[in-house]
Design a protein around this ligand. Structure first.
Ligand SMILES: Cc1ncc(C[n+]2csc(CCOP(=O)(O)OP(=O)(O)O)c2C)c(N)n1
Length: 635
């Protein structure tokens, strides 16, 4: 059977080991060919091909439920659940999503994108099953990286306390988060991986035990005891926490995996199968550079090299952040950069390489990262929590309870703020303005370009009155000239006027400042002249600048790359209302919808956020001129 003929995962039940091996090859081919063409997560999926095939051969997926953690490694799952023919559309607009989505496929039993949720969700299903008197298996598949997240540990704490609730946890241990996994738990797992494989040990033991008089008949309990006796360390922590531990199992040996899963399905209560896998398995280039090939933009399969872009691009906002912070940290030993398992993504690895003593990777632990920063701040350090906008959502309470209530000077640097593109709704940086703005003592800023980001970084470091945050977008800067050093901090809560006009006021925040200027130029072609302000701060707002301008011009437009509800435009509307400046306000940004995977340019078109679309909306809203239909821009 060829992979393309497989329409239902239960078709795997009848396949021989040889046929499964052929499928494994085909999955890897399709996986590589697709990601080479359009980009996506590469190493994680290659590492779980055999694990997926073996698990699915032992489950009845018409009834049993599988919950994948994060979902970035679930491309083999997608190929085995009827999405082969659309797989070439992966991560493209209207195509197959890069993560799992309940709305996409009935075998996607739980959506994800953020890490460490799988055991909680699977346990929830298992408890619901038992309450309803139903009978099916539930399995959670979690990586060793995701296992370092607090939620996973909370779920293990709960599951281990429920001996009557059958639940399978498959630990996909490839020793890697995106970067090498860090912490005491990965160290413990590594120790176990170095132990003799379970199968070998138990088979041998079983054989020897059978020949012992009086023992042969009651092998099972004795075997368990002997297993622990022989290798006291293997899985002891999980066993003590109430799980039956099995492993480590070779994650690329199909027969060993199948035998282990079959056995695991018969063990009552929570069971953890520890599977040792290799990230990037089967593609040597990815095996040798597991960080670089965690995810890839389109690349050449033979050389592994990313396809060069047609025009040279300015550095990414992340790189500008990493380089600037490192430069500042060199002169200020109190500065410490904290990442939650996103060293390369945030470019904090630049700091880590140059000044390892001023760099901390806490693992996938955003909540801990924030409170750790708060603790350091109490002792006079300048902690910089560099966390993507989407992942900082995890630490909302820590921001309020540990940082803002105590007015501690933690500097939050929120990368990937705004529309992120192919990763879709779980990763959009849409909410940070709203969720940070409502907390007392917080200062919020966003740069119009990468040069202003440099100034905001130095502003954040020098501001010690309380917490402060800067948000900046995914991807490349706009080519603004950068300074090597000597950045001037910005006055807190002050904006700047970039253009003068008498017909309306456009207030841009962060990445929407230049589009605000472009919009103003289009309006000018229609005889409408706008004043454009770079707000720089969403909190505190530059009311001394904004309110008189709004009153004089009589029409206000706000532009932001984030949710409108509670966001920057809402802040402006509230300020106008409170000051009794009653002028019409048009808030442009992301309305109350989820933004699906697509390129950022496509999403902006769909949201009406290109300059020509915004100009048209403004003309129509204020009935300023005959609205002229403009060609819908093509991404
Ligand atoms: C809450 C959260 N923080 C950070 C990330 C970014 N992230 C995606 S995958 C990943 C590494 C996961 O490692 P592991 O669970 O071991 O899976 P592997 O990639 O090794 O298969 C990280 C940090 C995330 N998805 N969610």
């Amino acid at each position: 059977m060829h992979l393309s003929e497989l329409t239902h995962p239960n078709q795997l039940h009848d396949l021989s080991l040889h046929q499964l091996e052929q499928l494994a090859r085909q999955i890897r081919e399709k996986h590589l060919e697709t990601i080479a063409a359009s980009g996506g997560h590469l190493g994680p999926g290659l590492g779980v091909v055999e694990l997926t095939l073996a698990l699915y051969q032992t489950l009845d997926l018409d009834h049993d439920k599988v919950v994948w953690d994060v979902g970035h490694q679930a491309y083999p799952h997608k190929l085995l659940t009827g999405r082969y023919s659309q797989f070439h559309t992966l991560r493209q607009k209207d195509g197959v999503a890069g993560y799992l989505k309940r709305s996409e496929n009935r075998f996607d039993h739980f959506g994800a994108g953020h890490a460490s949720t799988s055991i909680s969700a699977a346990l929830g299903m298992a408890i619901a099953r038992d309450r309803k008197g139903e009978d099916y298996k539930v399995a959670a598949i979690i990586g060793d990286g995701a296992l370092t997240g607090g939620m996973a540990l909370e779920a293990i704490n709960h599951a281990g306390h429920l001996p009557d609730t059958n639940l399978l946890v498959v630990l996909n241990d490839n020793e890697m988060s995106i970067s090498p996994n860090v912490g005491a738990i990965p160290r413990y797992l590594n120790k176990m991986r170095l132990s003799p494989p379970m199968q070998f040990l138990t088979d041998n033991l079983e054989e020897q035990l059978r020949h012992i008089p009086f023992v042969g008949d009651s092998i099972s309990p004795v075997k368990e005891g002997m297993k622990r006796l022989a290798v006291p360390k293997v899985g002891a922590v999980f066993e003590e926490l109430g799980f039956t531990y099995m492993g480590p199992v070779d994650g690329h040996n199909l027969s060993e995996l199948i035998a282990t899963f079959k056995e695991a399905h018969h063990i009552p209560g929570p069971v953890l199968v520890h599977v040792a896998t290799v990230k990037g398995k089967g593609y040597e280039i990815a095996e040798n550079d597991q960080v670089g090939y965690h995810a890839q933009s389109p690349f050449d399969l033979v050389t592994g090299k990313a396809k060069p872009s047609k025009t040279p691009k300015p550095p990414t906002y992340a790189k500008v952040f990493g380089n600037t912070l490192t430069k500042i940290a060199e002169d200020n030993p109190k500065v410490v950069g904290i990442t939650a398992a996103m060293a390369t993504g945030t470019a904090l690895d630049i700091l880590g390489k140059k000044l390892p003593g001023q760099y901390i990777d806490v693992g996938i632990a955003e909540q801990h990262a924030v409170t750790l920063a708060a603790g350091m701040a109490t002792q006079g350090m300048r902690p910089v929590a560099a966390i993507y906008s989407t992942f900082l959502q995890r630490a909302f309470d820590q921001i309020i309870h540990d940082v803002c209530i105590q007015k501690l000077p933690v500097f939050f640097c929120l990368d990937r703020a705004g529309i992120v593109g192919a990763d879709g709704p779980t990763h959009q940086g849409m909410y940070d303005i709203a969720y940070m703005r409502c907390i007392p003592n917080m200062v919020l800023m966003a740069p119009k370009d990468e040069a202003e980001l440099q100034r905001m970084i130095v502003t954040g470091i020098e501001y010690t009155d309380g917490p402060i945050a800067v948000r900046y977008p995914r991807g490349n800067g706009i080519g603004a000239p950068l300074m090597e050093e000597g950045w001037e901090p910005l006055p807190i809560g002050k904006g700047e006027v970039l253009r003068n006009g008498d017909d309306l006021l456009i207030l841009g925040y962060g990445s929407m400042v230049y589009p605000a200027l472009q919009t103003a130029e289009i309006l000018s072609e229609h005889g409408i002249e706008a004043t454009v302000v770079n707000a720089r701060f969403a909190k505190p707002l530059d009311e001394a600048l904004i309110l008189p301008l709004a009153e004089r011009l009589g029409r206000v437009v706000t532009l932001e790359e984030g949710c409108i509800m509670g966001g920057f435009g809402t802040a402006i509307a509230e300020a106008l209302l409170d000051a009794q400046v009653t002028v019409p306000v048009l808030r442009l940004g992301v309305p109350d919808i989820l933004v699906d995977h697509a390129t950022p340019d496509q999403s902006k078109i769909d949201l009406g956020l290109t300059p020509s679309q915004m100009a048209e909306t403004i003309l129509a809203k204020f009935k300023l001129a005959q609205s002229i239909p403009m060609a819908v821009p093509q991404a």
